[in-house]
Design a protein around this ligand. Structure first.
Ligand code: ZN
Length: 118
């Protein structure tokens, strides 16, 4: 975007195509109706401008959707997501290994001895 001087742009008409700063084509002396609003570029006409507008809008829409989806995914992940792939990790929870660390054999042996409770 090049904004030179807004004051001078007011007096000089430019192509109505978005982003184009070319002057519109001169009004043909034998043509009827209003002066052309677009420059000589083959795509710079009402249809081209419309297409450009629509493409821009579509792009914005897609950007928005992508952002929304990314946000959703982030929220899902932040929620402590019981998502897929989490279960494949090593180390099962709720297993019995904790109980095993208490050597039952020693307890049994200490029981009759009387010196098990401190
Ligand atoms: Zn143009």
């Amino acid at each position: 975007m090049t904004v030179e001087s807004v004051a001078s742009v007011e007096t000089v008409p430019t192509c109505a195509y978005p982003g184009c700063t070319m002057p519109p084509e001169p009004h043909a002396p034998d043509a009827q109706g209003p002066a052309p609003r677009y420059c000589g570029h083959p795509e710079h006409n009402a249809l081209g401008a419309f297409r450009k507008f629509r493409a821009k809008r579509q792009q914005r829409k897609e950007d928005k959707r992508a952002a929304a989806e990314a946000k959703k995914a982030a929220e899902r992940a932040a929620k402590g997501g019981g998502g897929a792939g989490r279960r494949a990790g090593p180390g099962r929870r709720g297993g019995a290994p904790a109980a095993r660390t208490c050597p039952r054999r020693r307890c049994v042996r200490a029981g009759p001895g009387g010196s098990h409770d401190q």
